[in-house]
Design a binder for this molecule. Structure first.
Ligand code: ADP
Ligand code: MG
Length: 726
């Protein structure tokens, strides 16, 4: 295949481009533009349709058109009353005359001078005094070439920054195309043919200066395809590499698993059975499992992980399960202690604040020195270890690590994960150290397109069934006016012996900020934590002093010490508290069956998928449960979004909606990747993603190492660099 080597031209620094002065270098850098290639890949966000070219006499009032004619007069008038310059020009094309008016652009008279032929695009209006008029039209002088860039066509509009406008960018891009006559092709020819794509160069030209919307769309598609295709190659190859490696071969002990399942206080759902089976099968193969277990809140992921961990323990392999919070780790510790006690398997807990050991023989948990727990991990005596991130920080050495489980995995960075996967067992295997099996669990249902792209290196098991004893949670939208009624209702629930969660928004409301357009600005972790704490304290005070002074209320937020958090959580679980005011901390996995109300303040500030997760914290027992969505902004559009939550109980459907409304950020968590805007934008385009995946699979099935595609390898390496999954 004849792929050209990357040309130097496209990598030429932008400083060399005609029109780039030192003053605009900085704004260009702000836009991420340092080379010709960056400039050409600065894809328009939309187009202004100025393609309707007409004679002045035929110009329809109220419509946006382009006219072309000679400037018969032009002057700046200073309006003292309106404190601005107004530029008046008269344009004539032989069929009629038109008045053009610009505000505060007196410098225009330097380029638009009497006698010059100009092209103007804008909306036509009419008045008695001046006749046909265009206000602030886009304009350009028609030169010898007779072509237009800013008028008379589909005109690209770009992401701008202070100091550089779309008009500037168009000018620069035009200059770039004047010196670059081709760009290297990045996709193999047969893919281009099969997908009916234009060449890369043609696509770049069309995306900036298309003749029609259709041409622009095809060009975008071709450029987006490329990024998604590379993403797929990257993921599929990562997956293949893992599959080649050696992992512990852990046989399936069907009898023991049956006994374990039989000892559970409930029977497994079919989805749980299937997922557990997929997992233990993976672990029997001798190559590292790399699987994501996805299931709505309450779908029972823990016990599925427990089955795999139990089976590993029975064969002498250690397992570790890691949770994002101490609260959750402690909860796992007590569940696992209970689950494994009949089988005489000890369980260890290690968090930032200390260590516990559950002794299955004595049937009690006791505090233990960290050094001691580490010693039993090293010796291989302890088979089941539970912990938080703190585990990663510790220089751990395992005797025979067979399985790593990450709970709520979307909260973990890929980097942390890579770090974890480096743990090798030292004692059990005699030859090369083996790579442990890997299971991630998440309650955030990940939209299908994302599982194919950002999570494309994982195998996936889905728990799409909720255990039968659950009631449907009643979800209600509480407008500011209905707040008092809602409090009365909450009071009644507490009279009946129930408990209540109150969640405070992640960030405080910024006046004038539109919840729907969030989040353009990324808050730092520290900022979020600070704001969360403030919101929680305020809510706590309000509830305990004004609304429910006679109830027992506790609070939970990120700034509290681990021990304090633990205590509050324990108290709430033991019903020593009626209300728990909390940040989104409790979002992940806390189980308090007696809680029947989930009240969410500032509900419009959370994503749908996240709200759905909060909702899943209640309804875990026979008590009818409620989710109250308090709005502090009752604007219509917001309500419409929240209404999706009232109508829909399916986390996967909500996830798809969330993706469409808010983009992929919520689902990626720390799994962000670098620049490819186009790829990000096309993450909702299932057809495109499928096509890219098929092509990637096809090429890898014929040529797994891409030996016959050296150029592709080069581009893939460059792409990997750019994407830097972290
Ligand atoms: P999640 O998937 O949100 O992590 P958990 O594993 O915490 O869910 O399970 C939620 C609750 O449901 C736990 O109390 C667990 O014991 C219970 N549970 C799990 N599987 C079943 C089942 N098949 N039938 C009834 N209850 C179940
Ligand atoms: Mg869980």
């Amino acid at each position: 295949m004849a792929l050209r080597a990357p040309s130097a031209q496209i990598n030429t620094p932008i400083e060399r481009l005609k029109g780039v002065s030192t003053t605009i270098l900085k704004p260009l850098k702000n836009l991420g533009i340092g080379t010709y290639a960056d400039l050409l890949l600065h894809i328009p966000t939309r187009y202004d349709d100025f393609s309707h070219v007409t004679r002045i006499a035929d110009a329809p009032v109220g419509e946006t058109v382009t006219v072309r004619g000679a400037i018969t007069s032009i002057e700046n008038i200073r309006s003292w009353k309106r404190r601005m310059y107004i530029t008046h020009a008269t344009i004539s094309d032989g069929s009629g005359e038109l008045e053009a008016v610009w505000f505060n652009q007196p410098f225009l008279t330097q380029t638009l001078t009497q006698g010059k032929t100009v092209s103007l695009s804008g909306k036509i209006s009419i008045s008695d005094r001046s006749g046909l008029t265009m206000q602030n039209p886009a304009h350009e002088v028609i030169g010898k070439t007779n072509t237009t860039t800013h008028t008379g066509r589909l005109v690209p509009v770009y992401r701008e920054t202070a100091g550089i406008t779309s008009r500037w960018l168009r000018y620069l891009i035009k200059n770039a195309f004047a010196t670059i006559t081709t760009t290297p092709e990045t996709l193999p020819e047969d893919i281009i043919k099969r997908q009916h794509f234009p060449s890369r160069f043609a696509a770049l030209t069309s995306v900036h200066f298309p003749a029609t919307e259709k041409e622009a769309a095809l060009a975008r598609r071709r450029l987006a395809f490329e990024e998604v295709f590379f993403m797929q190659l990257l993921m599929l190859r990562a997956r293949e590499t893992i599959k080649q490696a050696d992992a512990p071969k852990i046989p399936i002990n069907v009898e023991k698993i049956k006994t374990f399942v039989g000892a559970l206080p409930f029977s497994l759902t079919d989805a749980q059975r299937k997922a557990a089976w997929e997992i233990v099968q993976d672990m029997e193969r001798g190559h590292p499992m790399n699987r994501l277990l996805e299931g709505d809140v309450g779908s029972g992921k823990t016990v599925v992980a427990a089955i795999a961990m139990y089976n590993a323990a029975e064969h002498g392999w250690q397992s570790v399960i890691m949770a994002p919070t101490e609260v959750l780790a402690s909860q796992h510790f007590s569940s696992f202690s209970k689950l494994l006690e009949p089988f005489n398997i000890n369980v260890g807990l290690l968090t930032g604040s200390g260590a516990l050991m559950y002794d299955a023989e004595l049937k009690t948990a006791h505090a233990i020195k960290k050094a001691d727990i580490l010693a039993s991990v090293r010796s291989g005596n302890l088979k089941i270890i539970i912990g938080t991130h703190a585990l990663i920080a510790n220089a751990f050495s395992f005797h025979s690590l067979g399985l790593i489980v990450l709970d709520e995995q979307h909260r973990f960075g890929v980097k942390q994960r890579a770090q974890l996967a480096q743990h090798r067992s030292t004692g059990k295997s005699t030859q090369e150290p083996l790579i442990p099996h890997f299971l991630s669990m998440t309650a955030t249902p990940i939209p299908r397109t994302l599982t194919l792209t950002a999570y494309g290196d994982l195998d996936i098991s889905i728990l799409n069934e909720i255990p039968q004893n659950r009631k449907v949670i009643v979800t209600k939208l509480i407008s500011p006016a209905a707040r008092t009624n809602a409090y009365t209702f909450m009071d009644k629930q507490m009279d009946e012996g129930r408990q209540i969660f109150v969640i405070c928004p992640r960030i405080e409301h910024e006046p004038g900020s539109d919840a729907l357009s969030l989040p353009p600005r990324q808050f730092t972790f520290a900022e979020i934590a600070r704001k969360e704490v403030k919101a929680v304290k305020k809510e706590y005070e309000k509830l305990s002093q004004e609304i429910f002074p006679e109830r027992r209320i506790g609070m939970l937020h990120g700034k509290m010490k681990a021990k304090e958090k633990e205590d509050v959580m324990k108290k709430f679980k033991a019903h020593e508290l009626d209300i728990l005011v909390s940040t989104s901390v409790i979002e992940v996995g806390v189980d308090v069956p007696n809680a029947s109300v989930m009240a969410i303040e500032g509900a419009e500030r959370f994503g749908l998928a996240q709200l759905h997760q909060f909702r899943g914290r209640v309804g875990r027992s026979e008590h009818q449960s409620y989710c109250l969505l308090f709005q502090d902004d009752a604007s219509q559009s917001v309500s419409r979004r929240l209404k999706a939550l009232l109508e829909c109980n399916d986390g996967f459907l909500l996830a798809e909606k969330d993706l469409a409304i808010r983009g992929p950020g919520d689902f990626l968590g720390t799994r962000q990747w670098g620049a490819p805007d186009l790829a990000m934008a096309s993450l909702t385009d299932v057809a495109l993603i499928k096509a890219a995946r098929e092509e990637a699979l096809r090429i890898l099935s014929e040529d797994p190492a891409l030996r016959k595609h050296p150029t592709l390898l080069t581009y893939l390496a460059a792409f990997t660099e750019k994407v830097h999954l972290e």
